[in-house]
Design a protein around this ligand. Structure first.
Ligand code: SF4
Length: 201
């Protein structure tokens, strides 16, 4: 039996059918992203975070300081041991606020609080040439380009010009690790080096 039986007059029409019919026929549609699923995604929280990038920049700065203050605790327990519980929290908090993909090398502070890993091409240094006239992504037509949003978010931030810093390619070996702990460990090491410049010689 065929799936293409015409819908009878008065028969119930599903939301999926309506969305499919309404979708522009010329738009490229990735095989794994249905028009219905794209419409269901509103990006509301992600866009809220970008609109409040200045507040989040201030908050993250305090949060990073607090994490650094706890360095003796992390070191005492062992960074390896606290990795799993910290990652559990980080993944959920940043997943909710930024649609974080846990790349392990967070650049939110340099990208207007817009996570570049949400770019379907995972570009870390600006948009591709395919941004639509309405500022949306060429691959996911209903999603605002993460780099257009990154620029908007960066304009609200005190250190927004960090968006001009060229980012290194993603180190895939750091995926699913805690960026919070990595940044803390690196800051602690830099502080110790500054306090004892001869120790590392
Ligand atoms: S840059 Fe990486 S760690 Fe930061 S929010 Fe995006 S995926 Fe998560």
């Amino acid at each position: 039996m065929s799936d293409t039986t015409p819908v009878k007059e008065g028969a119930a029409v599903t939301q999926a059918t309506l969305v499919k019919k309404a979708a522009p026929k010329s738009d490229y549609k990735p095989a794994d992203v249905s028009p219905q699923r794209r419409v269901q995604r509103t990006f509301a929280v992600r866009l809220w975070s970008i609109r409040h990038s200045r507040l989040l920049e201030w908050f993250y700065s305090r949060f990073a300081d607090a994490f650094l203050l706890l360095h003796p605790l992390w070191k005492g327990i062992g960074y390896g041991r606290v990795e799993a519980p910290v990652k559990f929290v980080e993944k959920r908090v940043k997943g909710f606020m930024f649609d974080c993909r846990m790349c392990g090398q967070c650049v939110l502070s340099s990208t207007g609080m817009s996570c570049p890993m949400n770019c379907p091409k995972q570009l870390r240094n600006g948009p591709c040439g395919g941004v639509r006239a309405n500022g949306n992504c060429e691959v996911e037509p209903d999603m605002p380009c993460v780099w257009v949003k990154a620029w908007e978010g960066s304009r609200n931030m005190v250190h927004g010009d960090k968006i001009l810093t060229v980012q290194k390619p993603v180190d895939q070996s750091l995926r699913e690790t805690s960026a919070w702990l990595r940044v803390t460990a690196q800051a602690a090491a830099a502080r110790e080096t500054a306090q004892n410049p001869g120790a590392s010689a």
